[in-house]
Structures are given as structure tokens and as C-alpha cells.
Design a protein around this ligand. Sequence first.
Ligand SMILES: Nc1ncnc2c1ncn2[C@@H]1O[C@H](COP(=O)(O)OP(=O)(O)OP(=O)(O)O)[C@@H](O)[C@H]1O
Length: 374
Amino acid sequence: MPHKVFLSRLKLSDFRNYAGLSLQLDARHVVLTGDNGAGKTNLMEAVSLLSPGRGLRRAAYADVARVGAETGFSIFAELDGMDGPVEIGTGTAGAEEGQARRLRINGTTAKTVDELLDHLRVLWLTPAMDGLFTGGSSDRRRFLDRLVLSLDPEHGRRASDYERAMRSRNKLLSEGRADPAWLTGLERQMAELGISMALARQEMLGLLAALVDKNDAGGIYPAADLALSGFLDGEWHRPAFDLEEQYLEMMRNGRYRDAAAGRTLDGPHRSDLLIRHRAKNMEAGRCSTGEQKALLVGLVLAHARLVANMTGHAPVLLLDEIVAHLDEGRRAALFDLVDDLGGQAFMTGTDQSMFSALGERARYLTVANGTVSG
Ligand SMILES: Nc1ncnc2c1ncn2[C@@H]1O[C@H](COP(=O)(O)OP(=O)(O)OP(=O)(O)O)[C@@H](O)[C@H]1O
């Protein structure tokens, strides 16, 4: 079983509806119950901000600073991390918009967010992620990129370099007087980066799909067929050189059309992820709400398992309001699968009785109006 990474203490200051909180946790799972608006999701959001990105609500830092606070917010956690005991923290100096995020690891300033990944990986599942099935392709690409990023931090650099090259190409085309050599140079960069982004997505998706199938073996969470569509559809077997030539030709042929559209219409930034419920042979978007929740839980648990297998450390899981949507059998199965992962999980709900099958494996905390007791 992988070494257990867990938060032993969480300290918040002027974060959302918490003026100040110092919470002693322990090695076990943490169940947070309380009324609507009490601050359960806020607490999970704080934990999610201890990883790269904008956390589980993708909020601006100015919004997470407590209303009325004079200064910025801070989040600190003591943890038994992937590399041993450590204190990590984040926050902003001021509460106004445009504040840069600060990162501290053992009292010193961290240079990049990726350093957080040496200590802790956090994965979450929130009601907003229903958009994976019902929303647009950007929700699915975000899911896919978070999957790749959680195991390959280089993916973020590739994606931002690709974006930069694409924006320059769009600008040149819109100005209508592009130097062809310059344009070809940018397209070559896009081809190289775009193909490696697409290959990384394809590889991680394959690994995830194998684990989704394993979840299904217990008959608890449905098997799903996962496939990338759009960009380089069905061309994966071709040698890299051929793919690059094909990409360059696609860009050349698309110049006129892209200039008229004002943007690049082909590429990995337009890929989509197809998710099908295998037993029903049905697109996930057409499944019932309960079936979609079960599919989503299956995907996230498989992602957590993949992180545990590849890093040797289970991620900290944040499961927000998930339990209420599952029937009793699936709830119990979820608790067992989460426990088997060997990591720490935070779970929320309005009613503690929903968690009875967890028994002694969890610590139960009550959240009310920005305070936590229990
Ligand atoms: N920046 C902020 N400053 C102060 N309070 C805030 C801030 N942002 C959100 N809140 C408050 O936090 C509360 C919401 O907390 P949270 O989303 O954690 O609730 P919850 O316990 O998860 O509830 P639910 O069960 O409804 O999802 C609301 O009362 C909201 O007004």
C-alpha cells in the first residue's frame, strides 16, 4: 500500500467565511457536515488551493479573501507529505484584485507552484463537475489536462507555449501581411507542441481507461469507454514525423479560413473527450443524474488510483456533496474504494447519517458559520 500522505493541521486566516481557524486533523478521513452555507466547501477549497491552479472553484484570489478583511488570506497546512513532514502555505498579501499568489514551503518562498507537487497532490470531485457530461468541450479538455498535469507537470508549459504560438499566428493572420517564413515557424512550433500535448493526453487517457475498467470489476462503478475526438482522430499509430507533416499541411490549408474566423480552428485546443456508459452503450450526457454521478465517481477514483500507482502516494481526495447522490450500496462501496486507496479523504454532506458505513474510519466535524467543532 502506498505511503499515506495526510494533512495533520490546517490553519486559515481571512479565507472566505473563516476569519481564523486552526484545525487539528488526524490520519483518518474527515467528514464535514453542517447546514447549507456553513463553510464546508470553503474548507475543501482551502485544501485544493494547496495545489497548482485556482482550486476547486477556480475563483479569483480577490473573491476568496474574506469580505471585510483588510489584508489578503492565508492557508497553511502541516502534513506528512510525499517527502516527509512539511508545512506548506499559500495566500495573498492584500485583498484587492490582481494580487499575486504567494507560496511557502517550510518557511521559505517557493519559486514555482510545481514545487507543491513534491509534497502533496490533491484531487477533487464537486457538483460543478457534472459539466463534464452536460457542458461544452472546454470542461472535458480541462478534466483531461488536469489528469495529464497531475502526473506530468511539463504539460502546463507545453500548453502555455502552444497557446502563445497560436495567439501570435492568429495575430499575424488577422493583420493580413504575414511573413510566410515567420508564419511557418510558428506553425512548426504549434505542430511540435500540439502533437506532444495530444500524445500525452492520449497516453494518460489510456492508463485511466484501464483503471476505470478495474473499478467496474466489482460491479460498483460503471465501465466507461473514453476516447479523444477531433484533432488527429485515429492517426495515433502514425510516426511522429508524418504527424508533424500532416499538422503543417493542416495549418497551411487553414490559413485563409482561420484569418477569416480570427482564430485557429484546428488543433488540440479543439479536441474533445468522448465518454460512453459501456453497459448502456450510451453517451454519458444522456444518462440519468445518478448514473452520471456514478460515472464521475468512477473516473475520479481511477484518477486517484493512477496517481497512487505512478507516484507511490495516494492523493488527498476532496469529495464535495457526492455522497448524497449515491444509493446506500454505492456509498458503502465508495468508502471502501477510498479507504483502499490508502490516502486521506475529505467528504461533505448535510447529514452525518449518510456516512454511517464509514464508521470509525473517519473523524466527524461539524461546520457552522465559519467555525468547526467536533
Ligand atoms: N469572500 C468571502 N468572505 C466571506 N464569506 C464568504 C466569502 N465567500 C463566500 N462566503 C460565504 O461562505 C458561505 C458558503 O460556504 P460554503 O460554500 O463552504 O457552504 P457549504 O457549507 O458548502 O454549503 P452548501 O451545503 O450550501 O454547499 C456563504 O455563506 C458565503 O456567503
